[in-house]
Every structure is written in C-alpha cells, then in structure tokens.
Design a protein around this ligand. Sequence first.
Ligand code: ASP
Length: 288
Amino acid sequence: MTSRVPALIVHGGAGADPTDDPDELRDGIRQAVAAGWAVLRDGGSAVIAVEAAVCALEDHPRFNAGRGSVLTADGTVEMDASIMEGDGLMNGAVACVTGIRHPVSLAKRIMEEGRHSFFVGEGARARARELGVPLCDPAELVTERQRRRLESIQAGTVGAVALDRRGLIAAATSTGGIPGKLPGRVGDSPLIGCGTYAESTLGGVSCTGDGEAIIRVVLARRALDILKATTEPRHACQVAVDVLVEEGRGGGGLICIDWKGQAGWAQSTSLMPVGLMSPGHSAPFLPF
Ligand code: ASP
C-alpha cells in the first residue's frame, strides 16, 4: 500500500465580502479544515475528507452553501454540488436542489451508487429520499442575512481538495449559486471539469466565481492541464485565473492539490478565504 503525506485545502468562495467580519470567515474555514483533517490524519479517504470539510461549510450560515445559501430572484434556495475521486474518475453531482442540508453528501451517495452521475431538482430530491440523505424544510436553509442580501453581488461558494495516505485525490464544491439568479439557473459548481475535477496522477481542483465564465473555459480541468505543463500548483492556479479573466471574461478563483501534496490557490477577486493543512503544520494555515 502506498504511504503518502496527506494534504488538504479548502476555500470559502472568491466572492467573499472583504468588509465582513474576518473572524467569522476564519472560524468557518478552521472548522472545515479540522473536519477534513481529522479524516486524513487517521488514514481515512480523501473522498470522506472533502465531504466532511464541505459539510462543515454547508452548516455554517456565513457561507453560500447549504444553510446560508444565496437566494434566487424568487427568494428561494436552489443549491448545486459535485464531488469527484481521482483514481477511477467516478463523480456525482446535483443541481437545483432544495430542502437538503448537505447537497455534497447527496452528490457523494450518487457517485457511490455509480449508475448515473448527475441529478437535478425533484429527481435529485427523490434520490436523496432513496439513498437515505436527510431532507429538511427548504425554509430552514434561508437565513435573514441572505434575505437582506438578495440584491447584492457577494457570494461564498465552498470547496475542498484532499490527498490521502493511499495517494487518492478527491475534490468537492458546493454552492447556492449567485444571488438573485433566475430559478433553474445552474453554474459551474456541479459540472465536472468546470467547478470540480480530480485525477490522482495529476491533482484535484475546486473553483469559485462567475459560473458562466468558468463554464466557458472548463476551468477545473483546464487548470490540471496547465499544472501538467508547469508542475507548480501556485503558478498553475495563477495561470488558470488569467485564463478565466482573459478568455472566460469573468472573475473568480480556484484551489488545487497536486499528486505530491503541494497546494496552490489564486483568485482575481479581493478576497477568497482559504485554509490548508498538512503534517508539517501544527494548526491550519489561513493565508487571508
Ligand atoms: N461559481 C458559483 C456559481 O456560479 C458561484 C460562486 O462561486 O460564488 O454558481
């Protein structure tokens, strides 16, 4: 069995509001890193680690995923999420789901089931019922903060990438989308190759930002192709952001871990909360 040095990186969205309380953001990122790291440290799977990290942020009302998701133009919550493992390239995704506390867990169950990859709306909710993923009252996901923010452009999508001791890389992304979006609109986050991608021989990526622009340049997969050429994750992320801005004509950011466990991140916006952990750190490193 391969024994690799595990690594984890999480993000809380490239649209984070720099005028907001940074302690709240740091606290949420720390909790997410702690949840994912507990899995990796004990020899657990990268898939479980990214699910745990993203679930922690879906529970945190300050981030735009799960409870605290931004609202559509109709004032409802419609969430998107995806997850991918980089050994067999299996993946699962959901879009336009409501009344589910942890969309990333539903995406993971769909991936594990293996028959189909992507479910939307009512069909996704029905899968949640059948696969034993807890449902909740859609109203529980709507926070007063997001009701007040319906008109704002801020967002805080979440994502995580992990490398486990066996050398498996996994990535996951979860979002409420963009504030005031038209009902039925789906961005990059649940699209494999756009918002999320993982390939254990190369690396894993989770993206955030203008979904339409990220889709245009297939950013997550594109970043891994850039990584293949540069072999330096921080540089690869910076080049990928340039591609997003220049070719995609939008803003955003991404996080990445390569097959050696080196982490990278970059964004074109003023703030993207990020947290990292590897055995060399005694506590999560929060470079924001
Ligand atoms: N990429 C997400 C979307 O377009 C939003 C975000 O990352 O803030 O749905």
